[in-house]
Design a protein around this ligand. Structure first.
Ligand SMILES: [Zn+2]
Length: 643
């Protein structure tokens, strides 16, 4: 069933590309398919159990008059239920299942029962008998409404049913009646309602929802969110269309920007889109880790100043990378610029996959790039504790679930000219009359073979992203042979060089069996950070294809500490295929050294610039960063000091 996935621009939207229906894209193999399987069979069932145990669902039962007690958990407790609902709804679209539908219907019925007469729905605020919206800077009432609306849109698109959409529309109608020009001017401290209202407009055609989203975007950045933290924390210091960078709480900032991108698309607002391009560029250049991680400060879960990217105190919340993908996808559709698809790849394969275990049921909230020798696991989010099953503030787990269950929505897009492939997975994609299948061992190997299974009459373009790191990439066109003709003998091309950082496009009259073979040079490479990032100066990182690598204690020689290791950049880096390790990976070995410090000597805060002791040669072993801490949470680092 070709159900619509997330982000469905209307016919009038100012976008260059449009997503293919999520149900028309399939991931049939490779590591992302394995992640999706575990998400469905392990994470989503475990998530529902956690929502019962943590009492999120209990709160709704009390609000519905079916149980008694005080509200339990954070003020935004409902939002985790909504995100779980969204994940389950996308899963239902991927593969219909009666028990999943039963769970969706039961929770939907509970939400309807908990909803107030006038459409208001936020169980914690209802049970506390707080005055509604009196503390909107911290109450997350619009945030919870936004996640409910997103769940309802997913539910509507995948089940074709309206029960949850009816609840969400009553919530949205209540918001429209309460907020906006000439009504309550207050803004929620935590964005997400903007994206949600635009998607609800797309799903229902109700213009008032788009207008309210636009109002929230237009009025933010005027320092009106008072009573809590500094306005920068809420992205309320600079008007959205005047801002030149991102600041404050990183998840809030990227959710706001994604919502603003939706508003820009649906209102044809080129000025707003241009401002968002500037902000994105600033973020990617100055405020993003090599892993795609966003938000370098624990304090306020916030973006730092430009180039303030400490590795050992990196925050890089899993939710921030997820929000980054949501923003980048909207920018990709609006602009057609390959850099946004590159960004999605970097955040997905490093910043998001790191946030969840291979089994799917343990999570990192914080995605550090360096866990030091002698670390203290001093906080429930400290990565030294390893991935855990749930958090008191459980925003990340259901966010991961809904991302995996809607992943097909980010693979490809179409325009009048043809099909664009942005992310490479074994799978099938239908775009109108054009159907293709993709075979690849990506991200481990760089051959991507696209076979045309069905094609419309006349010329159609197929565009393949060539990542910015893929220097030396080539593309071959191999037409299906006519009877009696050797394959590729007549009109096919030999390998042609294609430029990295863009799309390689082949336009022709396709016939079933025609093939395109893209060869991306996947080999280890050393990456240097901008020299203004003090934390990375004198260091290099190892990358291979889209994957960032890391040194983990468990892989190094006995008695060698992570923080004593040095990398020899002149040495060859060798590859070792390890089907037995961490689900099957490519391990890298590099030449390096270990510096044996004499800790009985006086502390080295002196001024005579003693050199380090000479390094002893040692082989360094690196594994994909996103898989670290599967063999215990032991010291690890991404950026490696040079010999
Ligand atoms: Zn989170």
């Amino acid at each position: 069933m070709a159900y619509a996935g997330p982000v469905r621009p209307t016919d009038n939207a100012a976008v260059v590309w449009r997503p293919v229906p999520a149900g028309a894209a399939r991931i049939t193999g490779g590591p992302l398919a394995a992640r999706q399987r575990n998400n469905r069979t392990a994470a989503i069932p475990a998530g529902l159990k956690q929502l019962h145990e943590a009492k999120n669902i209990h709160n709704l039962e009390v609000a519905a008059g079916r149980a008694s007690g005080e509200p339990i958990g954070p003020i935004f407790a409902d939002s985790d239920v909504h995100k779980w609902l969204e994940a389950a709804a996308w899963e239902y679209g991927r593969e219909a299942d009666e028990s999943l539908l039963d769970d969706l219907l039961a929770l939907t019925e509970l939400l309807a029962a908990a909803q107030a007469e006038d459409g208001y729905l936020d169980s914690v605020v209802q049970l506390r008998h707080d005055e509604r919206y009196s503390e909107l800077h911290m109450s997350h009432e619009h945030y919870c409404a936004g996640h409910l609306i997103q769940a309802a849109v997913a539910y509507s698109r995948t089940t074709g049913r309206t029960e949850l959409l009816d609840v969400a529309r009553r919530v949205a109608d209540h918001l429209v009646a309460t907020f906006g020009p000439d009504r309550n001017p207050a803004l929620d401290g935590h964005p997400v309602i903007e994206m949600a209202l635009v998607e609800l407009y797309r799903e229902t055609g109700e213009r008032a929802y788009l207008d309210l989203a636009k109002h929230f975007v237009d009025t933010r950045g005027r320092a009106t969110i008072t009573g809590g933290r500094e306005v920068a924390y809420y992205s309320d210091r600079v008007p959205v269309r005047e801002a030149t960078t991102v600041e404050g709480h990183s998840v809030r900032a990227v959710y706001l920007a994604a919502g603003a991108a939706d508003v820009a698309a649906e209102t044809g607002d080129a000025e707003l889109l241009a401002a968002l391009e500037t902000q994105y560029d600033s973020m990617a250049r100055q405020k993003q880790y090599i892993t795609g991680g966003l938000g370098s400060r624990w304090d306020g879960e916030a973006f730092g100043d430009p180039y303030e990217l400490p590795n050992d105190r990196a925050y890089a919340e899993t939710c921030a990378a997820i929000g980054g993908v949501q923003w980048a996808w909207r920018m990709l559709l609006a602009t057609g610029k390959a850099s946004y698809a590159d960004q999605i790849e970097r955040m997905l394969y490093n910043g998001i996959l790191s946030g969840v275990s291979l089994a799917g049921t343990e999570y990192f909230y914080v995605n550090t790039l360096h866990l030091r020798d002698g670390f203290t696991p001093d906080h429930d989010r400290n990565p030294g504790r390893g991935r855990v099953g749930w958090f008191a503030c459980a925003c990340c787990p259901p966010n991961v679930m809904r991302t995996f269950s809607s992943l097909e929505g980010y693979l490809a897009s179409t325009d009048a000219d043809g099909l664009q492939l942005h992310q490479y997975v074994p799978g099938r994609i239908e775009a109108g009359e054009l159907e293709v299948s993709v075979e690849t061992e990506y991200p481990w190997q760089g051959t991507i073979a696209v076979t045309v299974d069905a094609a419309p009459a006349g010329e159609t373009a197929i565009s393949l992203r060539v990542p910015e790191w893929a220097d030396g990439a080539t593309l071959r066109t191999i037409p299906q042979a006519e009877p009696g003709e050797a394959q590729g003998s007549s009109t096919g091309s030999g390998p042609e060089a294609v430029a990295p950082g863009g799309y390689a496009t082949v336009r022709r009259s396709w016939r079933p069996g025609d093939r395109l073979v893209l060869e991306l040079p996947i080999k280890p490479r050393l990456t240097r950070a901008d020299s203004r990032v003090d934390a990375d100066r004198g260091c290099l990182a190892i990358e291979r294809g889209p994957l960032v690598y890391a040194l983990e204690q468990v892989d190094q020689p006995d008695g060698v500490k992570i923080d004593d290791l040095r990398l020899d950049p002149t040495g060859e880096i060798t590859e070792e295929v390890r089907p037995d390790l961490l689900g099957g990976i490519v391990v890298l070995h590099a030449r390096g050294g270990v510096v044996r410090h004499d800790d009985s000597a006086p502390p080295r805060h002196d001024h005579d610039h003693q050199p380090d002791p000479a390094a002893e040669p040692v082989e360094l072993t690196a594994v994909p960063y996103h898989l670290w801490a599967h063999r215990g949470a032991e010291p690890m680092r991404v950026w490696i000091p040079l010999l």
